[in-house]
Design a protein around this ligand. Sequence first.
Ligand code: HEC
Length: 135
Amino acid sequence: MRSAAALACILGFIPAVAVQQRGEAAGDPSRGEYIVENVAMCVQCHTPRNEAGDLLRSRLLQGAAVPFQSPYPGLRWANTAPPIAGLPQYTLEEGVRLLTAGVTRTGTPLRPPMPPFRMREQDARDVVSYLKSMK
Ligand code: HEC
């Protein structure tokens, strides 16, 4: 009787844990938006600007010319930041790897000025969940 109760307990517990882990794995898009807009500043490079230099909010994260040049001649340098709204080219796990380890989907090295982020995993999940929630 006691073991039956214990078994029922465990069986009840397992799905609850699984659901919780799935929730965590997907990330929190609203916290991701906060990081993208206010902490990691992805918007500053990945959003185009008008002639006054203001971000064009109607084209949020749709790719842009990098607004500054490398001060080091000969350095590998990217002059454009690609569109990342929706992040269609990356799976969630690939995006997490990019932001926690700096490894791109194809394994090619990232060129500066894209920062080699070393986010904590949950932060990266939140950011990727937000990007994927954009149309
Ligand atoms: C200082 C400017 C800058 C900031 C800030 C920045 N990026 Fe980038 N990002 C770039 C540039 C430039 C590239 C292109 C790099 C290249 O072509 O090697 C890039 C490339 C990327 C790519 C494409 C990687 C690939 O597979 O080629 C992704 C995804 C990305 N950035 C996401 C982000 C996210 C998410 C943030 C914020 C957490 C962010 N970036 C912040 C400049 C920036």
